[in-house]
Design a protein. Structure first.
Length: 355
């Protein structure tokens, strides 16, 4: 993003310089025309100098602007010759943000319209050559819910990577986000390569995953238990029913959910309890909270995250995220969550308040 900002800064400076040149040239040209009427030889010489200088300064921005317009027209016409976005990437240089926008539009426009041939062309030739590729495409379209071509992306994250070695370049990018379509929450992950000078068959989409809330809860639960992700699944649309999987969205993340019969505390009631109890396994907390509704322990983290449903707060669902240093051990963080966010302004637990 810093590189893109520098490009826009240079473009702004260039346009500013050309604009100043145009204005100065226009002033000099007008001055030359006015001075030409003066009979004095010295003034007429100055008139010629102003006219020539003004014409040059006026002409340069016009010529450069015309050249840029012609280049833009040529590029747009040339772009129509490509059968797919990856084909254009193989022949033209693009920025990562541009490549991201292009591949999202190409993937979801073709998927929403049911154009399988156009959809397939977005993937790398290497993947298209796999024995199970067409089977994977068929399975994808069998459950694809449509509507992603006009969806609003939320909580985007990702990034690019690559290597540059004397013209032997490889550039890759990934994008992860969630969205809501017709009231249903989905998680989307896209990975692609938009430049590979030595192996063009590896240019294109390398991984696409779409999951609804229930499927994503299973996926993220499995990911939390292992740093290794199966690399044999490159195309997936996983839609599971609430009858099959119980899941909730907590703090913007999907979780497997276990219902309990414990009466729900208010946020204030839990805060008062936490002032007197520093361990999650203390009898007072265990009796009031009961079993956690959701749990997550990341394999590369020392913390243990427990989630409990509380009484609705401000008219919306409310959850407590209690983090401990060991299974049901000493508490060192506790936050209030809505389905989409964490409320960091409300202090549920503070080490200073327990001293």
């Amino acid at each position: 993003m810093a590189f893109i900002s520098m490009i826009f800064a240079f473009l702004f400076i260039a346009v500013l310089i050309l604009g100043v040149m145009f204005l100065v040239g226009l002033v000099l040209l007008i001055a030359g025309i006015v001075l030409r009427r003066n009979p004095k030889i010295s003034v007429r010489k100055a008139s010629v100098a102003c006219t020539v200088s003004g014409s040059v300064l006026l002409g340069l921005p016009i010529v450069m602007a015309a050249g840029l317009c012609m280049w833009g027209v040529f590029s747009s016409v040339k772009g129509t010759d490509y059968e797919s976005v990856p084909d254009r990437w193989k022949n033209e240089w693009v920025m990562d943000s541009q490549a991201e926008d292009e591949i999202m539009d190409a993937l979801f426009t073709s998927a929403d319209s049911g154009d399988r041939e156009a959809f397939v062309r977005n993937f790398t030739p290497e993947l298209q050559g796999k024995d199970d590729f067409i089977e994977s495409v068929d399975a994808f379209f069998d459950v694809y819910p449509k509507g992603f071509s006009y969806c609003e992306t939320k909580d985007e994250y990702g990034g690019g990577g690559g290597s540059y070695n004397a013209g032997h370049n490889v550039r890759t990018h990934s994008l992860h986000f969630n969205t809501t379509i017709d009231g249903e929450w989905y998680y989307v992950s896209i990975e692609f390569c938009y430049e590979n000078t030595d192996e063009p068959d590896k240019v294109g989409v390398t991984n696409l995953r779409i999951m609804n809330l229930q499927a994503a809860a299973v996926f993220f639960d499995e990911c939390s238990r292992s740093v290794d992700r199966p690399d044999d699944i490159y195309l997936l649309c996983d839609i599971r029913s609430s009858d099959e999987i119980s899941a909730r969205l907590i703090g913007g993340q999907p979780f497997l959910w276990t219902p309990t019969d414990t009466s729900r505390l208010t946020a204030d009631e839990l805060r008062d309890l936490l002032k007197q109890n520093k361990r999650l396994d203390s009898p007072a907390l265990s009796e009031k909270l009961g079993a956690p509704n959701a749990f997550r322990k990341y394999v590369n983290s020392t913390g243990y995250d427990y989630y409990y449903e509380l009484a609705d707060r401000n008219g919306e669902p409310c959850y407590a995220n209690i983090e401990t240093d060991s299974p049901y051990g000493e508490i060192f963080h506790a936050f209030i969550c809505t389905p989409t966010d964490y409320d960091y302004d409300y202090t549920l637990f503070d080490d200073g308040s327990n001293e």
